[in-house]
Design a protein around this ligand. Sequence first.
Ligand code: HEM
Ligand SMILES: *[C@@H]1O[C@H](CO)[C@@H](O)[C@H](O)[C@H]1NC(C)=O
Ligand SMILES: *[C@@H]1O[C@H](CO)[C@@H](O)[C@H](O)[C@H]1NC(C)=O
Ligand SMILES: *[C@@H]1O[C@H](CO)[C@@H](O)[C@H](O)[C@H]1NC(C)=O
Ligand SMILES: *[C@@H]1O[C@H](CO)[C@@H](O)[C@H](O)[C@H]1NC(C)=O
Length: 383
Amino acid sequence: MAKLVTVLALIALLGSTARTCQAGYGYPTPVPSIPSTPTAPPPYTPSTPSPPTPTPVTPSPPPSYTPSTPSPPPPTPTTPTKGLAVGYYNKTCSRAEDIVREVVRDANPGIMAGLIRLFFHDCFVRGCDASVLLDQVDPNSPTEKFGVPNLSLRGFEVIDAAKARIEKECGSDAVSCADVVAFAGRDATYFLSNKKVYFDMPAGRYDGLVSLSNETLPNLPPPFATVDQLKANFASKGLTADEMVTLSGAHTIGISHCSSFNSSFSDRLNPSTSDMDPMLMSSLREQCKSDTGNDNTVVQDIKTPNKVDNKYYKNVLSHEVLFDSDAALMKADDTSAAVRANAKDNGVWEEKFKAAMVRMGAIEVKTSANGEIRRKCGVINSY
Ligand code: HEM
Ligand SMILES: *[C@@H]1O[C@H](CO)[C@@H](O)[C@H](O)[C@H]1NC(C)=O
Ligand SMILES: *[C@@H]1O[C@H](CO)[C@@H](O)[C@H](O)[C@H]1NC(C)=O
Ligand SMILES: *[C@@H]1O[C@H](CO)[C@@H](O)[C@H](O)[C@H]1NC(C)=O
Ligand SMILES: *[C@@H]1O[C@H](CO)[C@@H](O)[C@H](O)[C@H]1NC(C)=O
């Protein structure tokens, strides 16, 4: 066992080393095909308008959970999504959500952006099941982390730290990694919005047992996707075109590698083919320049790079966005109307974003029948 742990730790270490020195987005094939099996999350019915409760961490009773007992059967779910419930860990680990929030609060804004993207990538590949976190064990079967669109995923250490603290308080079988990822994405949104975008995240996900690198490309939309491809991709996850536009607003934070918008697939810095604002284009050309062939990074939202707000939509309207997929939102009547609506400072986008994050968090969720509660987020339990 000790040996296995060492090997796994080594793999994890190698993985994290590789993370820091990656090449470009480097799509090996043209536009990935879109999977045809729609797996819709159940429709989300907003529960009673709960007031935005950025409750300062209330002292909670001592954990009632003892690590030695088998994990409790999942409580019968109520609303809003099948199998998921707000306050799922009320009894089994009442401090779970507080712990995740505390760990996320201490992360820097870049890592917070990474956590929101991690949640998206997790949910779009095999559902929200923490499979995005799995380290490769079988040398012949690379996991999602090794898929092309994994580029620059970050925030893994926050998930691990939160899970470790939860284990200390509630035992290792209490809270799933998939729920930690969902809470972390929600909390990163909360902090980056200056506590404006707060919402309940239903929980009760189990962790999946499969992670395959070759499933990332067909499931995650590429930055050179057309509006039709974006719609089809989100529809294959049971999400609407409007939700696609709403969730794209996450590109109001974080960074991108230059290769994501300047490559043989995406020629966004070419003035003769790109509709990008000339000022931004010349600035990006400068920032992307590299004597060493380094794939530099740039911020996605030049105006408020670390703030979750509706600035993204203003950037789309003024042609100050990085990706073809961002600009593509203006290429269809319904999505361009949604961009215009979301660009208004009336709080509508913020409300839609909350609901869309919850809906994304319900994609293909696992149950105890086809999932587990992992003791360590990168590693499948071996009983
Ligand atoms: C609509 C289709 C989408 C496409 C084509 C897309 C593509 C990308 C790409 C290419 C990057 C830059 C990666 C890099 O070069 O380092 C990126 C970054 C990011 N994306 Fe998306 N994305 C999409 C939707 C989403 C959604 C739904 C979310 C979350 C709700 C999201 C959140 C983010 C965040 C937060 C970053 C910055 C990450 C960081 O700074 O570490 N994206 N996206
Ligand atoms: C957990 O507690 C909150 C607050 O009292 C309540 O709204 C929620 O429904 C509870 N959830 C469960 C699953 O018990
Ligand atoms: C993906 O990889 C797995 C394991 O490496 C393999 O069994 C499977 O056939 C591959 N799927 C596709 C579509 O290539
Ligand atoms: C992403 O994939 C590349 C290979 O495609 C791999 O070298 C790298 O380690 C992966 N990144 C992460 C975060 O695991
Ligand atoms: C854009 O990408 C091409 C390769 O596709 C590269 O030759 C060029 O230097 C890049 N431009 C900038 C400004 O990074």
